[in-house]
Write a protein that binds this ligand. Structure first.
Ligand SMILES: Nc1ncnc2c1ncn2[C@@H]1O[C@H](COP(=O)(O)OP(=O)(O)OP(=O)(O)O)[C@@H](O)[C@H]1O
Ligand SMILES: [Mg+2]
Length: 367
């Protein structure tokens, strides 16, 4: 998928801009705080119907204005044009695809697959389990609508089960009711876990090779699913039996403590946990390898070439690694790459550069 043009009205620090992008690399450069990440954020919104920086839509509305609009014109890999529009005020948000209003925002997800790499991504390998679950859920939701639906169902079941646990702990409800909820909880949880384990297997088959390309080292990288249950088998019957065996503990804690909402992903570099042992450069190399796999995985599953958003990717990488990375990543698809430095002369006529200055976008000529 190629984003051909983008219109922003009252989005973050942009008042009213229209940009025509290149199908190859789009270098977005400018000083700090000028709007580079905001521009990437608007493109991310066109793919995932929400921001990667804020869950509150009104944060995206330009200060002292009432509504933002994002309009993207895309051309697919088979030359079909698509228009995606998002308009949001403080209490209303509408998304349209080819001028047709969507009933649910989630219908958008997967149409324009997006792979983002930004400085916050270090949380995937270094942060809390919630960050890793979020990362997995985003890839799986973009590649498989059923996963997204299952996840939404699971969240509803979890919420109701937690209300029930609270009520049982206060002796307002009998504990027998829990067994019905554990049954549907286990059923729903097993579907989520199954897909997560499948994608981790796919990652395992590829990650050491990509790590080698990025880091020029022969280290082995592995990812494991860290189940809170400690079970080897994670089918619905085994899960249900397990969860029924820990009801006392869950009632005492008044919340569900076992399941995909608490599970983790463990990254290993040469058999040592990345989160606890790896250097910053090693973290970054693992992440970059993951992003390439993510790109290929989404491409394969959706049959649509994702858009790559690379925010501040150069920091912490020496020049050789930067060049190696750009050569590799930019062959993948349309790429948006932000930097504070003026870019070097582009190697292809499919590339463009844009200078961002205080919410203005100026196409920059290399000659
Ligand atoms: N809702 C908003 N209304 C107006 N301005 C906003 C809004 N949200 C953020 N900004 C401003 O947008 C500016 C640019 O932010 P952005 O993160 O895009 O900068 P950047 O060019 O990526 O900088 P850096 O190089 O430091 O990463 C910030 O100064 C911020 O205050
Ligand atoms: Mg930025």
């Amino acid at each position: 998928m190629i984003l051909q043009s983008l219109v922003l009205n009252n989005f973050r620090n942009y008042q009213s801009v229209t940009v025509q992008f290149a199908s190859g690399i789009n270098h977005i450069f400018g000083k700090n705080g000028q709007g580079k990440t905001n521009l990437l954020e608007s493109i991310f919104c066109l793919g995932l119907a929400k921001s990667f920086r804020s869950n509150i839509d009104s944060d995206l509305i330009k200060k002292s204005t009432a509504e933002y609009q994002i309009l993207g014109e895309f051309i697919s890999d088979i030359n079909v044009k698509h228009k995606i529009g998002i308009a949001a005020s403080r209490n209303k948000k509408e998304i349209s695809v080819d001028r047709k209003k969507l009933q649910r925002y989630s219908e958008l997800i997967g149409m324009i697959p997006v792979v983002l790499f930004n400085p916050e991504d270090h949380k995937i390998t270094a942060g809390s389990p919630a960050e890793r679950r979020r990362w997995l859920d985003i890839i799986l939701s973009q590649s498989d609508h059923q996963y997204l639906k299952n996840l939404q169902v699971f969240k509803r079941i979890l919420k109701q089960k937690n209300v029930l646990l609270e009520s049982i702990s206060k002796k307002e409800t009998k504990r027998d009711q829990l067994f019905y909820w554990n049954n549907i909880f286990a059923d729903s949880a097993a579907k989520i876990i199954k897909r997560r384990i499948e994608i981790l297997q796919h990652i395992n088959e590829n990650i050491s090779d990509y790590y080698k390309v990025i880091s020029s080292s022969g280290s082995s990288v592995q990812v494991n699913y860290g189940s809170t249950t400690g079970l080897d088998e994670l089918d619905n019957d085994t899960l249900e039996t397990f969860i029924n065996s820990v009801v006392d503990r869950e009632i005492a804690q008044k919340t569900s403590i076992y399941g995909p909402h608490r599970d983790d992903v463990v990254f290993l570099l040469n058999d040592k946990e990345v989160r606890r042992y790896a250097s910053r450069g090693e973290h970054k190399s693992v992440l970059l390898a993951l992003k390439i796999i993510e790109f290929n995985y989404l491409n394969q599953k959706t049959n649509v070439r994702p858009i790559l958003l690379l925010d501040d990717i150069y920091s912490e990488l020496d020049e050789d690694r930067q060049r190696q990375l750009i050569t590799h990543m930019c062959q993948l698809g349309q790429t948006f790459i932000t930097t504070t430095n003026q870019p070097q002369i582009p190697t292809s006529e499919n590339d463009k550069a844009f200078l961002i200055s205080n919410g203005n976008i100026l196409e920059y000529n290399f000659t």
